[in-house]
Design a binder for this molecule. Structure first.
Ligand SMILES: [Zn+2]
Length: 409
């Protein structure tokens, strides 16, 4: 891997995140610019989920050992879990996933078939006991913030829900400028890692295969990559060195509804078992940001950039205009900053701000005419425009959540 693509080095250089041996391996903290990127990403995901009628919940990152014995994590996944904490004679576990909590929320009251599909989403914490040898940066961490959701639905609705989730994933990848390396149908392999229920595996694999076939996307089956409770569609991305990791995923699960005895009341008045569709649009925020940093070198899409506009006064005479421009940006919800002349020559300040999507150079001519001449990060220069007209265009670009810097339509 070439140095400019190493997200660990760039994360420090760009002030996005860091680690400290006193906090521990695999437990990064987010610096203000990194936290800004993460907020923008999380807000985008929540807004997309609201549009797709997901309901958001919060649930704790801990649960009793018994909960994971029921879900099957304890017998199939405990190698990846932290050891339990002994508290007042009870064993409490840092959760290895959000599914069991969501299953309990679903069954917290009686559910009618009219409520289905019930789409429950949470950007929540989970923990994985990664070996310290593979830790570093944001790619392999022990504390994970997962963009997760579980759709509780009828068997007839499951394929549509999986299709909808796949469509949401593809839209998010377009917004982020991410090109998947491949789509993978992850199947069980040999060994005792998987719950034994051949008929359920066959049904869920058939459903996911149908979804992939209908999507027209090329995909490859991969044995030994399934979740312990069911097969999944994994959207793989590659880093600068070609190493693949899973970013997004859609899974169909008959196992956990069974284990938690979930049910809904059907139109016939009888109890029926729902299906659980697990899906993650961007995976964990850690891995998504690591991938974006490696792919863009820190030149984030304009809606995600920590600083979206930098105001560059040519001399001290234009400094008040630059400060007024930044105030106007802030009022409009754009993230902007002044790079004042005391930070160096105009050329040096433009170089320092090379990752900022929009660079507004303010000279005597523009300020006296009430105009702003914009340079784009890619080197393009736009004709001077009235400030409010220009900022309205930038606000609209950010709201469109596209990877492009500018659009003339
Ligand atoms: Zn899940």
């Amino acid at each position: 891997m070439t140095a400019p693509h190493d997200h660990r080095r760039l994360g420090r250089a760009l002030g996005l995140f860091g680690t400290d041996p006193l906090i521990g391996a695999g437990l990064p903290y987010w610096l203000p610019d990194g936290a800004t990127v993460r907020h923008a990403l999380e807000e985008y995901i929540r807004a997309e989920e609201r549009r797709a009628s997901y309901r958001h919940v919060y649930s704790p990152v801990l649960g009793k050992r018994e909960l994971y014995e029921i879900s099957g994590h304890w017998s199939h996944y405990s190698d990846d879990m932290f050891p339990p904490l002994d508290l007042d004679g009870e064993q409490i576990v840092l959760r290895p996933g959000l599914c069991p909590h969501h299953a309990l929320i679903f069954r917290s009251r009686s559910r009618s078939h009219r409520e289905l599909p019930y789409r429950m989403a949470e950007l929540g914490g989970m923990y994985r006991f990664e070996l310290s040898g593979v830790l570093g940066g944001l790619n392999r961490v022990r504390a994970i913030q997962l963009n997760d959701a579980h759709v509780f639905c009828t068997l007839e609705q499951a394929a549509d829900e999986a299709r909808g989730a796949l469509e949401m994933i593809r839209r998010a990848h377009r917004a982020l400028g991410i090109t998947p390396a491949r789509y993978r149908l992850s199947l069980p392999g040999p060994g005792g890692k998987y719950v034994a229920a051949p008929e359920l595996w066959r049904r869920s694999t058939a459903l996911l295969t149908e979804v992939l076939e209908h999507s027209g996307l090329p995909y490859e089956p991969a044995e030994g990559e399934a979740a312990f409770y069911g097969p999944k569609i994994d959207v793989q991305v590659a880093d600068g060195a070609g190493r693949e990791s899973t970013l997004s995923t859609v899974q169909i699960d008959f196992h956990q509804p069974e284990r938690f005895a979930l049910h809904y009341i059907g139109a016939d008045g009888a109890r029926h078992r729902p299906v659980m569709v697990h899906r993650s649009v961007i995976g964990s925020v850690e891995r998504a940001v690591a991938h974006l940093v490696e792919r863009t070198g820190g030149a984030f899409p304009p809606w995600l950039a920590p600083t979206q506009l930098v105001a560059l006064p040519v001399s001290d005479a234009e400094l008040p205009h630059a400060e007024a421009l930044v105030r106007r940006c802030t009022e409009l919800g754009l993230r902007a900053d002044v790079a004042a002349p005391d930070r160096g020559s105009l050329g040096a300040r433009i170089r320092t701000a090379r990752l900022v999507p929009y660079q507004a150079v303010l000279g005597p001519r523009e300020t006296s005419a009430g105009l702003v001449a914009l340079r784009l990060r890619d080197g393009r220069r736009l004709a001077p425009r009235p400030t409010d007209e220009l900022l309205a265009r930038l606000v609209a670009r950010a709201a469109a959540h596209g990877p492009e810097l500018w659009s003339d339509v």
